[in-house]
Structure formats: structure tokens, C-alpha cells
Design a protein around this ligand. Sequence first.
Ligand code: ADP
Ligand code: MG
Length: 691
Amino acid sequence: MDRLLERPIIRGSIRYVKGVGPRRLAQLAQLGIETVEDACHYPPRRYEDRTHLVAMGDLRPGELATVRGRLLARQLRRLRGGRTLVEATVSDDSGVSLHALWFNQPYLAQQLTVGDELILYGEAELRPRLQMVHPELERVEPEEAGSVHMGRIVPIYPLIGGMSQRWLRQVIATTLERHADSLEDVLPEPLRRARRWPVLPEAVRDLHFPRSWEALETAKQRLAFEELFLFQMALAQRRAKTTTQRKPQRYQTEGPLTRALLSRLPFTLTGSQRQVLDELLADLRRPHPMHRLLQGDVGCGKTVVMAVLIAAAAQSGAQVALMAPTELLAEQHARVIGGFLGPLGVSVALVSQGVPAAERRRRLSAIASGKTVVAVGTHALLQRQVAFQRLSLVIIDEQHKFGVVQRAHLARKAEIPDVLVVTATPIPRTLALSLYGDLDISTITELPAGRRPITTRWLREAERQALYALIRRELAQGRQGYVVYPLVEEGRGSAELKAATQMARQLQAEIFPEFRVGLLHGQMRPKAKEQTMLAFARGELQLLVSTVIVEVGLDVPNATVMVIEHPERFGLAQLHQLRGRIGRGAQPATCAVVSDAADETVRRRLTAFTETADGFELAEQDLQSRGPGELLGRRQHGWLRFRIANLARDRALLESAREEALALIQRDPDLRDPSVAALRSRLAQLRQQAT
Ligand code: ADP
Ligand code: MG
């Protein structure tokens, strides 16, 4: 049987809507509109109140406005350098005329006919005449009463080339008229009523053709809530599943290994480390599997907490998998964790691409036989050849590089494993709830005592010599430093990689001939990378020129100075991560960003960076100014792409969506109530898509 026939029209292709031909179908798909339902939810980017248009005589320079008038004249002029200018003169009843200018859109001249009624939207200028440069343009056809294009608040959509506002507006209006009433509402009716929100068809109509600005606001709230609620329900269901599961493994959380490890530490744990550790160990003791996120600012000491947790697993006869996002970090984890646990007789093995085949086979068989207790690696740990004898604890140090799917994948190597996700990037609460709403969250909130705050300075190119003098002073005292060079494209032979390489060479040959300068970048072979990193960790290199990969994890307490070149290319959270590589010892540390950038937003960001030491606050600012994509990287961003909801803005809505979702799951774990039937089937459908 044709599967399409089984599908309700609302989830069927948009091609069944009048006015959509095969050519338009592909264009609509580019906008993310494939089904009738997609069209109903396609959000306008702005609205125009065409009930009150501004008279041209009332236009004020510098203000955005919509005007309507008749085209009196138009001409196409060829300018120097092959550029073109279309100039149109438009006038309305106020008797004033307005000049509209478009550069390099010569085809407009053909599309415009003298006598046309036009709507123009743009910023009015008075130089030298009343004019608008590159206004948005729409032709007014002779309208019937109740038109979708005039005399009301009208939606303006994001478009792609060749598509007109009028056309898309008409298609969406037709879609709504025919199909909005069959939209399926996943919001439980009692919840909707309690908030006095309109029913779904009404909300969706107001999203496109609002009856008033207030109605638009309510509609947006309701639709955003629905999206967030659905998402939180999916997380709550997943969470409910793990909290009812029973795991086979039992742990002895106090024992010889944990005792030995804690008594040998060269420092005492901070109160915050202790508390978080207690939470983690309590999770192990519970009959249900652990599903927890451990977060904390750079340098707060997450690694040692992981080590104690691993020791608890090891003394209970369990095996542990520790997965890191990069080879570099996996190598370091193997070294640091091995350093903590090796002397206690716990064998830690690194599974990475850099390991020769024979050695790799040997390590894999030791993991399979259970002789190796802790396996550390990148996503290489996910490969089928990596089999464990009794894996029960999985730790994922993720830095947002792993998707939820990969998380699940590794967890499948054990029956019902305890899972700890560790993230070094502080995440604002809204994002944490969205991304990790299925996990419990532990946060290390303090840095170890004795840390001196890092001084951060923003220097100009002209101050470079002074900067080098500062570095020289540090190195001369036996300290070390980083010069970070961001690579947007790190392909072999990329111009940027050459620039970083060139910089390393110049620093060595001309600026710091008396010190040893190393170069670390992503294109190096794993062996060479490891050697460079080791040499730096041992102090054989004093200055390390590095591409962004030092961001993850390098821990060299003797490093006291960092220079970040082209800081404007980084987000605030990323800059903060980088800065976290220094100030890890008892010495004061300095971070310098070098930039002549004059751009206002860059200026604000760099100033915030020099003034704020709190990673959570910087992450929050990134979220506000650049959206979640910047903080999360592409993969997870895709996962969080909401149509109406906006994580930077709708935090109160998210919190309440989460509360409602958790309450509902508690009340009705299997969603049996008739009022949540639509919700239940949508969730089932989402689960199916996810696998
Ligand atoms: P992160 O949380 O960024 O992964 P690390 O675990 O790498 O931080 O710890 C940063 C540094 O602080 C390491 O050199 C570590 O040995 C040290 N450290 C961890 N905990 C403490 C503590 N309680 N007191 C002093 N130093 C600590
Ligand atoms: Mg770390």
C-alpha cells in the first residue's frame, strides 16, 4: 500500500496546495517547507502594519517605515565599473515624492511599470532628496476586500532568490485556510486552558496574519511553549526510563583504592569537589543507573573527581570507558588518570589511532579479557572491535563534540551502564536544561584555593614589542607560554596554517632565539603531536605556538602567559576555554589578546573578556549575542533548532515547559490520559525518527 496515502494531508507534501508547482517545490524545501504542516509553522521574520501606512510627507530620516505610492518614473543608469542603478520615483496622496534606489539589480527596471502601486519598506534618508536605498519592494495588485496583502498586519517572510513575498504569503494563506483546522495539537487541553492560550489553528493564523499585536505575542508564546514542551517531554521520557531501570552492577564506593588515591593527592579537594564527588558516588550506590552531567569552569579540577570515581569502580571489579573528543585530550587523560591510578595497580590503556597495529591488538585483548580496567580513547572506543568484559561505568568528556546518539552508542557496550558526561564549557542553565534535560546535573562551583586570578589584557598591534618583552620576562624566570593562532580552515597547505607555521618560525629565529619554540597543530601526526605536547609538559619547550586545539585540556601548571592572535574569530566561551590553559599553578598569569579590531560588537566582546573571569557569565553573553550555535557547535545546534522558540530569549518559558513535562510524566508515566493522546503519538514518532 502506498505509504503516502496513509499519511494525513497535514503531514503530506506542500505540493498539494494550490499554486505550488514542481519548480517552487524545491525552493520551498530550501526554506524548510516540505509539508503542509511546515508551511503552517513557517515563521515570518517581521510584520508590517498595513492598516496605518506612513504618509510620505511624514517620513522622518533615519526611521524604518512602510509607504505606499504610485510609480511616477523609473530609469536604469549604468555607472562606472559596470555597476547599475535603478531609480524609481514614487508619490502618494501627501503630494511628496520619494526616490528609491537599487544598485546592481537592473532587472527591477523591467519589472516596474509607470503607474504601478508599490509598497516600499526601508530607511528614509534626506540626502539630498527624500530617498530610500535598497528598500524592500512589493507590487500592489488591484485588491479585493479582505486581501491577505493589504489593510492588515502583514507577514514578511525570509525568502530565497526569485520568490516574492506576495507569492509565498498567498500560498501560506491558502494553506491556512484549507488545513489549519486539521493541525494536531500536542499541547494537553487542560494546560492550554489554564494559560488561556488560543487553540492551535487560531494561534497559527495569528502567527501569520495577526488580528493585533497582542494576539501575535500570545500566539508566539503558545507556539514556542509547545515546541519547548515537546522537547522537554522527550527528555523527561528518556529520563523516566533510566530512573526506573535496575542495573546489575554493585559498587563499593569506599575501599582501598579510593582511600589510597585520596591520601596520596598533593592537595586537598575543595568543598565543591567533595560535594560533587559525594553526589557521583551516591549515584553509583543506587540501584538505578547514573545519568549525570558534571560541569565546572576550566581549572576547577574535574579530572581528579573522575579519577576517584574510576577508583571506586575499579575496586568494585568494574571496567571503565573514558571517551574524549580529541586524540590530544585522550592522550592526556590516559597520562593523568594513569598517573593517579597506575601506581595503585589499576591498568589504564589508551586506544587511539597513533598506536601501532600489534600493540593495539594487545591492548584490545587486554580490555576484552578484563585485565585492563580503564580504556581511554576518542570515538575510536565506539568501534566494534573494542569489547569489554565487564564494562559498567562510562565517562564521556565531551566538550559538546559528541552527539546524543554517540553517547547512547558507547553506553550500549555495557548492559545498563552508569554514565557520566563531563563538560568543560560552562553552559547557561537554559542550554543545559535543553541539551541535558535527561541528566542530573552536578556543578563544581569553586576553583582550588591559591589560584591567582589571570590578568587579561587587550593589546593593539602597536604594542607587540611590549608584549614580547613581557613574554621574555616570564620565560626568563623559567615559566612557559602559549601563542594561540586560530585556524578557521585547518586543511593541509591552508593559508592560515602557513601563517601559524610562519609565526612559529619567526618567533624562534628572530624574537626568542634564546628559548625553544614549538608548533602544535591539528594536521600533525598523532605521534608528533604527542611528542610536542610532552616536550612542552616537561618544560623542554618554553613557548608553544598552537592552533585552537590547546583549547581542550592541556594541563601545564608552569605556563603563565598566553597570547591569543585574532581573538575576534572566537566566541567568548571559547576564549575563556583557551585562557583556562594558564593560571593553573601558583604563579600569577597573564593572557593577552592582540587585535586592532574597531568593530563595535568585537570591541564589546573583547572588553567583556578582559573584565570577566566567570565562564558561566561569558557563556551567557555568548548565548545572548550569538545564539546557541556558537556555544554548542554545529551538530548539537541542529538538534536544538526550534522554529519559534529562542533559547536566548525564552528561558522562563523553557523552565515552565520543563516543570510541566516532569509533572506530567510523574502523573501519567505512560501517557494514557485521552488529553495527551496526540502528544503520545507525536513523541513516538519523534523517537522513531531519532533511531
Ligand atoms: P579541569 O576541571 O579544567 O579539567 P583539571 O582537572 O585539569 O581542571 O585541574 C586543573 C589543575 O588543578 C590540575 O593541575 C589539578 O591537579 C589541580 N587541582 C585539582 N584539584 C585541586 C585542588 N583541590 N587543589 C589544588 N589543585 C587542584
Ligand atoms: Mg579537564
